[in-house]
Design a protein around this ligand. Sequence first.
Ligand code: HEC
Length: 143
Amino acid sequence: MRNLSVFTLVVLLAVASAVPIAAVAELPLATDAKLVKRGKVLWLQCAACHDLAAAQTSDENEDIPKKIGPNLAGVIGRRAGTLKGYSYSEALGKSRLVWGSSTLDQWIEKPAVLVPGTSMVFIGVPREEDRRAIIAYLESVTR
Ligand code: HEC
């Protein structure tokens, strides 16, 4: 990820956006292999700030530069702002949100609208099908 240029990222995202996705699938999203695959590519925009694996990430390995956002391993079902050792914004800490497909969808659409005052400075993922793909990927790796 570190060696990925912004250009490569933009190209990857463009390619991912061009891939047509299947019609609305039933929950859980993670059983839709195509959606998960697409979400894995779209995840790259999150990976700039978030680790996802439980081990061998910037939290565990000094050789990997520490990322700005909290590790998202096991994030589904987790209460917002509760990963030990990460310094959250007061706003997210007090939000009382629990991360599931609906809260995640609103969050990645516009984090600052769901939680005004959050320190996740991210413009958001405008396309619903892109958000669904990212959430499907998250579900597939965190279960
Ligand atoms: C520019 C860096 C950045 C990007 C890009 C980014 N995030 Fe974040 N994210 C953060 C920061 C910083 C926080 C902590 C927010 C706070 O404390 O208010 C956060 C928090 C979160 C949380 C809450 C975690 C918890 O433990 O409560 C989730 C879920 C999340 N991000 C998902 C995503 C997803 C999915 C994407 C990609 C679509 C993404 N983020 C892109 C920086 C980023």
